[in-house]
Design a protein around this ligand. Sequence first.
Ligand code: C2E
Ligand code: MG
Ligand code: MG
Ligand code: MG
Length: 275
Amino acid sequence: LAKEKGKNTYQFYTSSLNSMDSCKLELENGLRNAIKNEEFTLYYQPQVDLNTNKIIGLEALIRWKHPKYGFVSPAEFIPIAEETGLIVAIGKWVLETACNQHKQWEEKGFSPMRIAVNVSALQFRHKDFAKTIEQIISNTKCRASYLELEITESVMQHLGETTTIMNELKELGVNLSIDDFGTGYSSLNYLRHFPINTLKIDKSFVDEINNGKNGEIIVKVIIDLGNRLGFQVIAEGIENKQQAIFLKQNNCHIGQGDFFSQPLPAEKMERLFSE
Ligand code: C2E
Ligand code: MG
Ligand code: MG
Ligand code: MG
């Protein structure tokens, strides 16, 4: 297509493509050493009981400080980590760090709460995932019931394999949550088969609350579906009071988003616990 527009366009197009490729390659190389160079940290975002406004859980979110580019968004580097397989090691680091932090907070006397950790599809389906979780729990002494693994609907494509892994995880006592619910390519069928605890309503639906569009109806239906099936329902990406009120009035009991708090580093999170 670019070629049809003339030689100059074509050259511009290829050179910008090349620079995109080389940037990606640079990120990829950077990712290979990022654990060793201690460039990753975890931030934590509170999950709030919409009726009492108390923090009932946290979601761990990875942050990468690249030596040259500064903070690179996980939305940008997680896909690269998945393509290259580096996500397996990075994901393990995230799990270990989150569980260690949880234990440290418990030892400091903060009342323990659930901690949610994002797990990519590749990581979830990688050999012996449940064993890895078992080891991490035993090494860090973080109780399994405090750990919630957030997976996306992309995992659901492999029904048999996924059921096996989920059952192994349930056996260990960890909780399972479907992240970005409603945005993936899956059928509702899996909700009957999988031992799921929590549905997270994607931010894109929450964004449409009070703007008169159909997103609001979708939010109501997801809440209803989740409640009726006995799942906990969490809304993500809440940015204002109107959204929080709408969700509460429609029987969504837990919320997460910048309206309550942005993701914070561990030290700042402690200050919030102490309030
Ligand atoms: P996610 O798991 O759906 O996480 C929610 C994202 O929404 C986070 O972005 C969070 O910072 C952001 N967010 C929360 N509340 C608000 C709000 O009120 N407004 C806006 N605009 N954004 C809000 P983040 O941290 O950039 O992460 C993006 C995605 O990257 C995550 O989406 C998750 O899919 C992935 N990710 C993050 N950390 C990890 C990780 O440790 N492992 C894996 N596999 N994926 C991760
Ligand atoms: Mg998540
Ligand atoms: Mg999400
Ligand atoms: Mg999301």
